[in-house]
Design a protein around this ligand. Structure first.
Ligand code: NOJ
Length: 752
């Protein structure tokens, strides 16, 4: 009996593949269009049962990583029963080949699986965390690092990354702020595109490109109180003008997939939200790819209080336009029944299945289901020396020099340093959260190792001083002794890597444990010695005390596998720091949310009297942040001359050219991120006090000047107005070109 069945299966598989591959070989040489793929999908779907179609809408997690609260060990059985279309958390050429074989050789139609994984800031070679990458403001570098991540991931059988996370985030309590590009719409949108291009390349059928996934749609970064998964209530102005644009940018860049958010949005959980998935994503934006839920998000419609049971949740999700169910088992258990009972229109299942199959065709999986599972390529590609070198450069480019009093940095190779702190020799935390298959021990380079490239061991006096967390002060005295014996003190401190990322929110954003106390103890013991604080953390921290204690502060985020080298390159001046904050650092948690592009209010504080009564201020803190968005020092100085405008008044079809001359007046060559800001003074919806509208990273030798020009058209000045139409309004605009968001406008132009 088994034999007969197998023979029958073989015939179907053989027929199917002959049928499919005859078409695909023609299509391949003629660079297949989506239409030809669509025909193939239709032909294949004609052969599929309802249950097999539902199978394509189901995803399970393997055991290569745990990224959610539940596991289901039966996935091999489900695959053999053609009940699974995709897997996550399976990687290595061998492991993916093994499961792919089950799908291809042991199911009736042999439809290949998709393998997805969270390749967030690198796969094996880990780059700085995403918030750090954003600090480079270097789109080319971000795209290059992303390409490397795709090269490595695709070599181990991965077809699809659940990245980029393009959620705007303005609350440092929220642990996932580490995974995005920060607070700004414009910067976030540019970076979204760079990631999509980096992962997907120019041709998805190549074996080194992978699908990107814009996540989490939408509003996830606005969780109340910065608590993960929490409620989001947001008006149309904020939704349309702040939270949606980076997703639209990802669609414009050709992103192939979207992931739902865990949160509810204005009372409707995102995973069942027709307004965002059908009305906006499909109808307005014409998105053609497919939508996957976040991990068990269909089941979570029940505790949300939106679905009465799993079957109801299944119906709500498919009706909202969700194509694939990650880990809920909801589609597998209920979708076919719902169709058979007339509760769900079969067209919805067909649509979902069609989109998923189309994606598999685009990847070339029907031509060769094993093309990504290449053990030879895996050996050759992982940790290539040029990848590690690129990660080193990124680490340097992403490190933000927050403070550098009396030019205490760069360090002098002839001096002795006391190297102190729980992260100085650390290799486990330095690659950060969401570090894919990164090696937390052997491969990562610590700051200590990086410094060893510049200083002999005799010039480095190490003392750990304290742990990241906990109350132990027993090593304080050793650290004080180290500081006493050195010319300068370098303290490497911060958070544990798992204090940010998913489900890693904090109500206190100060340095954890006794770290600040250790800085105080050293400051007291050696009041005249220069202290350089090197930070690793996944969120903006409250650094008010550290800012008073340390002479220099270098924010390195979690800088990645080659992080120690890159950070040392900055400390010793091989790389002159150029990074700028993509997110505001508050003075105190009480100011949160705080971001540069806020609204003015009806009672803004007067510049000359911030304490004025009945104004929008605090009794116990200035309104201003400790370090503003766009801030970041260099070892040299850049002077900006006033903006020159090509006209003071422009019409709706004109282009305004705004330029400024930037001169390197200091002693080092270096890069500067030149930022263009605009303020639309009056709108039918109030506009932010400042909006980033352009930036350019330039290199200037010492003494050199360059003129940087930005072209501005009405497209750049549009916003969603009171009728939720994307439009521009005539009137007066302020404009400035600066190296930070912290400035007062001085020039205007008029649109009429
Ligand atoms: C949950 C996270 O929210 C999401 O970003 C991730 O891609 C999935 N788990 C899969 O690991």
């Amino acid at each position: 009996m088994t034999h007969i069945l197998k023979t029958q299966n073989f015939i179907v598989v053989a027929l199917t593949f002959c049928f499919l591959s005859c078409k695909s070989s023609v299509a391949q040489t003629a660079s297949p269009s989506t239409t030809s793929y669509e025909q193939k999908v239709d032909s294949l779907m004609n052969l599929m049962t309802l249950q097999e179609k539902v199978g394509q809408t189901v995803m399970y997690s393997g055991s290569g990583a745990v990224t959610g609260p539940t596991v289901n060990k039966n996935f091999r059985t489900y695959i053999k029963d053609a009940e699974v279309g995709a897997m996550l958390n399976v990687y290595s050429a061998k492991a993916t080949r093994d499961l792919q074989k089950l799908a291809v050789e042991e199911t009736r139609l042999g439809i290949p699986l998709l393998f997805g994984y969270d390749v967030i800031h690198g796969f094996r070679t880990i780059f700085p965390i995403n918030l750090g990458l954003a600090a480079s403001w270097d789109l080319e570098d971000i795209e290059k690092g992303t390409r490397i991540a795709a090269e490595e991931a695709s070599a181990v059988g991965i077809h699809w990354t659940f990245a980029p996370m393009v959620d705007i985030a303005r609350d440092p309590r929220w642990g996932r702020i580490s995974e995005g590009a920060g607070e700004d719409v414009y910067l976030g949108s540019k970076i979204a595109k760079a990631y999509v291009h980096g992962f997907q390349g120019d041709d998805l059928s190549k074996d080194n490109t992978i699908l990107a996934c814009a996540k989490h749609f939408v509003g996830y970064g606005a969780a109340q109180a910065g608590r993960d998964y929490h409620t989001v209530n947001m008006g149309h102005d904020e939704l349309r003008n702040v939270y949606l644009p980076p997703f639209k940018a990802a669609v414009d860049a050709g992103v192939e997939t979207f992931m739902t958010a865990f949160n509810e949005l204005n009372g409707v959980p995102a995973t069942a939200n027709k307004f965002i998935f059908r009305d906006i994503l499909r109808d307005e934006w014409n998105f053609k790819g497919f939508v996957v839920t976040d991990y068990t998000a269909i089941n979570e419609l029940i505790p949300h209080g939106f679905a009465k049971d799993q079957k109801h949740a299944t119906k709500l999700a498919i009706e909202a336009g969700i194509d694939q169910d990650m880990m809920s088992s909801a589609n597998r258990l209920h979708l076919a029944d719902l169709v058979n009972e007339g509760e769900v229109d079969v067209a919805l299942v067909n649509d979902a299945c069609r989109r998923i199959l189309l994606t598999k065709y685009k990847l070339g999986l029907f031509d060769d289901p094993y093309k990504y599972c290449n053990e030879q390529r895996e050996k050759e590609v992982i940790y290539k020396p040029e990848f590690l070198e690129a990660a080193r450069q990124s680490a340097a480019m992403c490190s933000v020099l927050l403070k550098n009093d009396e030019k205490v940095l760069p360090l002098d190779k002839n001096q002795t340093i006391a190297l102190i702190g729980p992260l100085a020799k650390d290799k486990e935390n330095i690659i950060g959260n969401w570090a894919a298959a990164g090696d937390r021990r052997g491969k990562a380079i610590s700051v200590h190792q990086g410094i060893q490239e510049y200083l002999n061991d005799s010039k480095i006096i190490f003392s750990k001083g304290c742990d990241i967390e906990g109350d132990d002060e027993s090593d304080f005295q050793n650290a004080i002794n180290a500081a006493k014996g050195a010319d300068k003190v370098v303290m490497v401190m911060g958070e544990d890597y798992d204090m940010s990322g998913e489900a890693a929110c904090r109500t206190n954003i100060k340095l954890p444990g006794r770290q600040t106390d250790l800085i105080k103890a050293i400051r007291k013991a050696v009041p005249d010695k220069k202290i350089i604080l090197v930070l690793m953390n996944g969120r903006p921290l409250d650094l008010s005390e550290e800012d008073m204690l340390a002479d220099a502060i270098l924010e390195t985020w979690f800088p990645g596998t080659s992080g120690g080298y890159g950070v040392a390159d900055v400390l010793f001046g091989k790389y002159n720091p150029s990074a700028k904050l993509p997110v505001t650092f508050p003075r105190t948690l009480g100011q949160v949310p705080i971001y540069y592009n806020m609204k003015n209010t009806g009672r803004p504080i007067p510049a000359n009297n911030p304490k004025d009564d009945y104004k929008s201020n605090y009794l116990d803190s200035p309104n201003t942040p400790l370090y503003p968005f766009g801030h970041g020092l260099s070892y040299t100085n850049f002077e900006y001359s006033d903006v020159t405008l090509s006209a003071n008044t422009i019409g709706f079809s004109d282009t305004l050219s705004a330029s400024a001359t930037i001169t390197n007046t200091g002693d080092y060559d270096g890069y500067e991120v030149v930022q263009l800001y605009v303020h639309d003074k009056v709108g039918s919806i109030t506009r932010p006090v400042k909006e980033l509208k352009g930036f350019e990273k330039i290199f200037l030798k010492k003494g050199e000047s360059k003129t940087v020009s930005f072209d501005i058209t009405v497209e750049d000045l549009k916003f969603y107005n009171a009728e939720m139409k994307f439009d521009v309004e005539p009137g007066e605009f302020e404009i400035a070109i600066k190296g930070t968001s912290d400035f007062d406008f001085g020039q205007t132009f008029t649109l009429e």
